[in-house]
Design a protein around this ligand. Structure first.
Ligand code: BGC
Length: 758
């Protein structure tokens, strides 16, 4: 495996401070620390978040991911002048996030307004080896003349979530003139956070400490000779508990001991440990592409880095927020994004992480059952947005419509119910990929049964058939419709699978089996027209069509809502995101390639792609239909959502689902990996720009490695796997090379071709 690439921040610009703060978040699934600069800028939003640490700031507010006290900020003065890149001259600049090691680095040569150049180098990382550990280093060298410098840094608890303060400052202390510690308690008293920090500066330094206005700081000043490099090292331990069994004092001391042990190893030692862990991680996950555009490999490495940094593998009571741990967008809530866009990567590389994400839903079944019951249904209605407890967290109102001055209601919590079936879909996928019977017979079955019971009770009888009314499909610009195709097909699949597993595992009672059979016999699902187009819902095709080109040109910005109210948008053929196309992605076996293409061609011109969950799915469906160039265009545009030129597109955090979809696009789109009837299929169709695509995959306990070129497919498998390659059943084991066009085995492994797929 070659080394993952780096992401560079090309230029210091006030415009893109928050974009790069999101993109360059250092994280480890336990915490995320935005890539803000050490020095302050008014337009820069600092952020440090712990997965699963939510709190509601006050009445009428919403549970949100708490923005913790800051440890990154430093006030640096050089010869009495405040270091800020808004003044003086930047003589050189380099900033990069190294995906291979997780280290963020910056090197600047700065000419101060009153003369004198300084080299300012900083680096930092969040450890993947010791999750509560965050370490940073700042080195300053006066290049022209002797200088005085001072650096103040510590723990700054004035940070808020855009003004909403969640934490009380419970205790701040300095231990042994070396260690700072702030203990903070969420205002509901349920969680304590201890931030402990050690800061050491080389040389003959004068130090003092202050604790004022929620800032606990260490001030360091010293005189430096020209050319002398002074280094400040700061090592922090960020602990969190909501189940403290010892006194606050003892718990705080435990954190200090952890920190002391880290301090002994020093920044470089700690980084080496974490980087070695990253190295091993990449070896079994990296997707390598030989493309005429180097951006493609960068997009893949970026995606995988963040897929790790956002996923709380240590805690199955937490899941992945829509912006990961990179910002406060969507308040840190969890959506269907997790099961549909993020879970597949884990399921195909380290299935126990997928299991843990599914167990998050399983733990939250009581909340989902309660939501169903409150609304008069049975089974489990999972909340559209959730945090830790599994209760519904969707805000009642969205942003103000500045044209009408009215607040727009968010209807998703009431009617966007497809999430229930999406979770069931993920459970079944997990089972096929792993054959994990222990999970399936317990948590998996509970999830399947409860979700199926929900749909059975959700359907209404109309003229001797069952229909699903008043829902919102994935397309959130079309609300409160009857018989949304996506929802109805997915609900059918959910009940069908629950019934199949109930029989297979002999665990559903007679009443359930009877009701499920009745549901499957009577549920009405929209039928394709003669041209293959599946109506999105009962009324969609009778609505007027308008020219969307100006809105499509600004995809993601929701500019249509500046010209039309939501109610008006609802009455036109306008999609926010893939809906029927999404369905053809999720249940590919249910639609012929011609039908998939017909729906892609019909719905795409009507889709603005105002959600980041849209383009990539169009790309996968296009690639699966053999339209790999169209697929590539969508894939690229999907990858550009965060990495593209827009300076504000991800200010409040990267788009986690779009990140997952970069991986999905390569594997499920261009490599053509799919699972049908529980069997693995590979139908590659590389875009012209790609000469080679290599990726690992874990399938039912076998470690596999695929390399695809225009001429051949190489497959290495640690055990015998029966799979379909380009429509032919093949058993692969060891190292096999299948040469196009006949896919004949040509090397030392075993690849037995058995027949054509249906
Ligand atoms: C999309 C949803 C998505 C959510 C979080 C919304 O804009 O319409 O499908 O789950 O963002 O990413």
């Amino acid at each position: 495996m070659t080394k993952p690439v780096t992401l560079t921040d090309p230029i210091f610009s006030l415009q893109s401070l928050d974009k790069y703060a999101s993109l360059m978040t250092t994280g480890n699934g336990y915490m995320g620390i935005r890539g803000s600069h050490e020095e302050a800028y008014t337009r820069q939003t600092r952020g440090m978040y712990l997965a699963g640490l939510y709190h509601q700031a006050g009445k009428g507010e919403i549970n949100e991911l708490v923005n913790l006290p800051d440890v990154v900020g430093m006030e640096i003065t050089l010869n009495g002048e405040l270091f800020s890149l808004q003044s003086g001259v930047i003589e050189s600049w380099h900033r990069e996030l190294d995906f291979a090691s997780g280290e963020l680095r910056r090197t600047v040569v700065w000419r101060a307004p009153h003369g004198g150049r300084f080299a300012i180098e900083s680096r930092r990382f969040a450890s993947v080896e010791k999750l509560p550990l965050f370490a940073m280093e700042m080195a300053i060298t006066p290049l022209d003349a002797d200088a005085t410098l001072s650096i103040s840094t510590g723990i700054d608890a004035t940070l808020t979530n855009h003004g909403r303060q969640h934490l009380d400052e419970t205790q701040v202390r300095v231990f042994g003139q070396q260690y700072l510690q702030g203990i903070y308690t969420t205002q509901n008293g349920r969680s304590d956070i201890a931030i402990s920090s050690y800061c050491q500066v080389d040389g003959d330094v004068q130090r003092c400490f202050t604790a004022k206005e929620r800032r606990l700081l260490q001030h360091n000043s010293l005189a430096v000779t020209a050319g002398q490099r002074v280094t400040l090292r700061k090592i922090c331990w960020i602990a969190w508990t909501s189940e403290r069994s010892v006194s606050l004092e003892t718990w705080g001391q435990q954190s200090l001991q952890e920190l002391e042990a880290c301090v002994q190893q020093g920044y470089d030692g700690l980084l080496a440990g974490s980087a070695a862990n990253w190295h091993v991680w990449w070896q079994s996950r990296r997707v390598q592409v030989t493309s005429s555009d180097s951006m493609d490999q960068r997009a893949l490495d970026f995606a995988l880095y963040h897929l790790r940094a956002m996923t709380p593998v240590h805690d199955e009571r937490s899941s992945i927020a829509a912006k990961g741990l990179t910002g406060e967008g969507y308040k840190g809530h969890v959506f269907w994004d997790t099961e549909v866009f993020l879970l597949p990567f884990h399921m195909f590389t380290e299935p126990k992480i997928a299991r843990s994400l599914l167990r998050y839903r399983w733990h939250n079944l009581p909340g989902a059952q309660e939501k169903a019951r409150r609304n008069g249904w049975q089974g489990a209605l999972f909340p559209w947005e959730s945090a830790r407890s599994g209760e519904e967290e969707t805000p009642e109102f969205a942003a103000i419509n500045i044209r009408t001055g009215l607040r727009q209601k968010v209807a998703s919590a009431q009617a966007e119910h497809h999430l229930v079936a999406d979770i069931a879909w993920a459970v079944v996928n997990y089972w096929h990929a792993t054959g994990d019977m222990a999970f399936m017979s317990h948590e998996g079955m509970a999830l399947l049964l409860e979700t199926a019971k929900f749909w059975i009770s959700r359907a209404v009888e109309v003229n001797n058939r069952l229909e699903i009314h008043d829902v919102i499909g994935p397309d959130e610009y079309t609300e409160h419709v009857n018989n949304n195709a996506f929802t109805s097909y997915m609900a059918y699949y959910n009940v069908e699978q629950a019934l199949w597993f109930a029989r297979f595992l002999q665990c559903g009672d007679e009443a359930f089996i009877h009701r499920a059979e009745h549901f499957l016999q009577h549920l009405w699902r929209p039928e394709a027209q003669q041209d293959g187009v599946l109506p999105q819902d009962d009324s969609f095709l009778s609505k007027p069509v308008i020219d969307l080109s100006q809105y499509k040109a600004k995809a993601g910005k929701q500019t249509i809502l500046l010209d039309y109210s939501r109610a008006e948008v609802n009455e036109m053929q306008i999609l926010k995101q893939a809906d029927v196309v999404m369905l053809t992605y999720m249940l590919p076996w249910a639609f012929s390639p011609q039908a998939c293409l017909a729906n892609l061609c019909f719905y795409e011109p009507r889709t603005i792609h105002d959600s980041s969950l849209s383009k990539s799915i169009h790309g996968i469906v296009a690639a699966r239909c053999g339209e790999s160039e169209q697929g590539y265009r969508f894939w690229r545009e999907g990858a550009q959502i965060d990495l593209g030129d827009d300076p504000h597109g991800c200010d409040d955090g990267i788009h986690a689902a779009a990140t997952g979809a970069v991986w999905l696009g390569a594997i499920q789109g261009f490599a053509g990996v799919s699972v049908r009837d529980g069997e693995l299929h590979l139908d590659p169709s590389l875009p012209d720009r790609w000469q080679n695509l290599t990726f690992p995959l874990r399938w039912q306990g076998s470690d596999m490695l695929f390399t695809i070129t225009a001429a051949e497919i190489q497959i290495t498998s640690s055990a015998a796997v029966g799979m379909w390659v380009n429509g032919k059943k093949t058993i692969v084991q060891g190292e096999c090379v299948l040469k196009k066009p006949e896919f004949i085995l040509s090397t030392n492994g075993t690849a037995t071709t058995q027949g054509d797929a249906e």
